[in-house]
Write a protein that binds this ligand. Structure first.
Ligand SMILES: Cc1ncc(COP(=O)(O)O)c(C=O)c1O
Length: 393
């Protein structure tokens, strides 16, 4: 993190935008469904500790990828005097971590028969509370979880005998292509597999009838109503970003209106120096850019170390005084250089917006992802954990 008053880029997180996005999913879920926030990947790069107070106050469940993230949530809750929010580690946890998570009231995922070792570790350690666990069913992503065939063959039957140390609280699955298409044939086949898996777990895996069911991430919650089940497990869209163009198009068709999601993030950077470069000057490593005319350049102390993608070199622009300013030459480890010739009248310091809105212009995470030949999920999750996060109204 930067020191106070330092010349370094920072992230702004809009409290109002978060509230708008939560409200959109509350509306989709209706009165009987819960809404949970996916906070993995350092809250999609927005910053776990910055987003946590907003999420804790507004959603019903939290989803993280690592035990360490879940323990950080519990530590924050203790420090802030908040009650424990239902929290699920959707990634792997070791047997010894499972014992610790049992004590902290954190749910873990049972994704394969290797969980037998966790049951043994719990029996040996005898924590004062049972481990809360949710069974992951692989319905067609080919990633974690029991396939329906494995469940039929009895791979999760051991759970029915683990009730002395484990409480089964839910069953989940994850879609593979809801955001890539505008028809949901594959997703519907996944839903059918999920129902079959849940029936098997209830019949022979000890899954209680009232264990919560959840499958819908952002795209499915928006455009596939039958997938909403008991809880919406929402990531990218709570940060105000659409999963994809296909999802936005489908939302119009399925919902009749496009929910107004608001990006909560802006990324801004003060200049290190603003100066004239004479015509003919080269800019940046490799001399890939040469000024065709005298150029007023703003050197910005932000680079690929901070998460600004190097592949955006030669394509991206930033905003200064509400005007688009192209980046010149290559993105460097700790610097980019913007042409501010027409955006300012002198060489006083400027503040550039790398992501977000300035005046009538904005740079979206999708635009930056397009310049960098990647997806906006990657752009935001790669924002450096060291960057200062400022929560704004
Ligand atoms: C298991 C699981 N659930 C939910 C999500 C959230 O997805 P999205 O960000 O598209 O809402 C993810 C993200 O990759 C995930 O892996």
């Amino acid at each position: 993190m930067s020191s106070p008053g330092s010349i370094a880029s920072w992230l702004e997180l809009s409290r109002a935008a978060w509230a708008t996005n939560v409200a959109a999913f509350r509306k989709l879920g209706g009165p009987n469904r819960r809404v949970g926030a996916v906070l993995k990947g350092n809250a999609y790069g927005h910053g776990l500790h910055a987003v946590l107070p907003l999420a804790q106050a507004s959603v019903d469940a939290l989803y993280v990828i690592t035990p360490a993230e879940a323990l950080a949530i519990r530590a924050w809750e203790k420090g802030a005097g908040k009650p424990r929010k239902p929290t699920l580690v959707i990634g792997p946890a070791s047997p010894s971590e499972a014992v610790q998570l049992a004590l902290e009231g954190v749910d873990v995922v049972v994704a394969d028969s290797g969980f037998v070792a966790h049951v043994e570790a719990l029996r040996a350690a005898k924590p004062t509370s049972k481990l809360r666990a949710q069974v992951h069913i692989d319905t067609g992503l080919g990633r974690e979880g029991f396939t329906v065939e494995q469940l039929q063959a009895g791979a999760a039957d051991f759970l029915a005998q683990a009730g002395d140390v484990v409480t089964l609280t839910g069953a989940l699955s994850h879609f593979s292509n809801t955001e890539d298409v505008t028809e949901q044939a594959y997703a519907n086949s996944q839903l059918a597999a999920y129902d079959a898996g849940v029936a098997l777990l209830r019949a022979r895996g000890g899954l209680p009838a009232d264990a919560e069911r959840h499958m819908a991430a952002s795209a499915a919650a928006l455009v596939l109503p039958p997938s909403r089940l008991d809880v919406l497990r929402v990531g990218i869209a709570l940060y105000g970003l659409w999963p994809s163009t296909e999802t936005r198009l489908s939302a119009k068709v399925v919902l009749g209106e496009v929910p107004a999601l608001e990006p909560m993030l802006a990324w801004r950077c003060p200049s290190q120096v603003v100066k004239w470069l004479p015509a003919g000057s080269y800019v940046g490593y490799g001399c890939t850019y040469r000024c065709g005319a005298p150029t007023r350049a703003a050197v910005l102390p932000v680079g690929y170390y901070d998460g600004y993608p190097r592949l955006a070199s030669g394509k991206a622009h930033v905003l200064v005084n509400g005007k688009r300013c192209p980046l010149l030459g290559r993105v460097m480890m700790n610097h980019v250089i913007a042409d501010v010739t027409h955006a300012v009248l002198d060489e006083r310091p400027v503040v550039a917006t790398l992501l977000g809105t300035d005046g009538d212009e904005s740079v979206s995470a999708e635009a930056l992802a397009g310049w960098a030949q990647t997806i906006h999920y990657e752009v935001v999750t790669r924002l450096g954990a060291h960057l200062e996060r400022r929560t704004v109204p």
